[in-house]
Write a protein that binds this ligand. Structure first.
Ligand SMILES: Nc1ncnc2c1ncn2[C@@H]1O[C@H](COP(=O)(O)OP(=O)(O)OP(=O)(O)O)[C@@H](O)[C@H]1O
Ligand SMILES: [Mg+2]
Length: 254
């Protein structure tokens, strides 16, 4: 086989990692008189790496995340009261294997969603099936859907190893359909011991008000909190800090 034929064979065998690096590895082997097995091992490694990065990217796309957030992006000095140790403990993802939950509540702009997204992204890197829900948008979609589509959506929300319900009750009251969806998610995932992370800037005492049903709120909270880490994010809003910085720049410029 000549190079073009080898290239075609690799394509046919769907060994795109090897195909991409073949010419470089061949040049390298020739230049350094490398033993065959060394070159072959390097090519295999290229294929393995390519496959794992393709899988990671696929899991990221399927998760519905809109950014690859990391705990390293956070300025921990800005809000020293944020439970840093608990955030890193969650980041080990042991809670996913344990089927435990995390409830992240606190003031707006303090990094709750950022932390939830960082956990979700880390989970995709570790091979977990993850779904991230921007709750108001997804629940509005659910409320408008027909019964078959609703059943499918619920299935998608119950199935993954980790579900993130982000910014719950951002718009205060949610529709009766949305409340049912939340109840179904929490009840079913609880039964199946699948991890759930919820973020909200509403204190749990008010959830009954936003759900329009105090009993429903307590059955949801009961299951959510049973195996759960609760994180409270207090202190100042990072959004306001950024807005103030922008204003200062504008004032300087004028
Ligand atoms: N300590 C921090 N260091 C750096 N960036 C931060 C910090 N806290 C928050 N941010 C950034 O500020 C913005 C708002 O944070 P985020 O959306 O996580 O807040 P939130 O607590 O979820 O607010 P809300 O209750 O309104 O949903 C994001 O862009 C986030 O990356
Ligand atoms: Mg948020």
């Amino acid at each position: 086989m000549n190079m073009t034929e080898i290239d075609n064979a690799l394509r046919q065998l769907r060994l795109s990692g090897m195909q991409q690096t073949l010419s470089t590895r061949a040049m390298q082997a020739q230049a350094s008189q490398e033993p065959f097995l060394e070159t072959f091992a390097a090519l295999l490694q290229d294929e393995l790496e390519r496959r794992s990065s393709v899988l990671m990217e696929r899991r990221y796309k399927r998760s519905g995340l809109d950014e690859k957030a990391s705990l390293a992006d956070l300025d921990w000095r800005f809000n020293p009261k944020i439970p840093r140790a608990a955030c890193f403990e969650l980041h080990t993802l042991k809670f996913i294997a344990q089927g435990a939950n995390a409830l992240i509540v606190g003031k707006p702009g303090t990094g709750k969603s950022h932390v939830a997204k960082a956990l979700a992204y880390q989970a995709t890197l570790q091979g977990y099936d993850v779904r991230y829900l921007e709750t108001d948008t997804e629940f509005a979609r659910y409320a408008l859907a027909g019964s078959q589509d609703r059943a499918n959506m619920l299935k998608e929300w119950v199935k993954p190893d980790l579900l993130i319900v982000d910014d719950l009750f951002l718009a205060r009251r949610i529709t009766a359909e949305a409340a049912e969806a939340l109840q179904a998610i929490v009840h079913q995932r609880y039964k199946l011991r699948r991890a759930l992370v919820v973020t909200s800037n509403r204190v749990v005492q008010d959830w009954g008000k936003y759900l329009g049903d105090a009993t429903m709120a307590s059955t949801i909270l009961d299951r959510l909190m049973h195996r759960c880490v609760m994180l409270e994010f207090e202190d100042k809003s990072y959004r306001l800090k950024e807005a103030a910085a922008r204003l200062a720049i504008q004032a300087d410029g004028s």
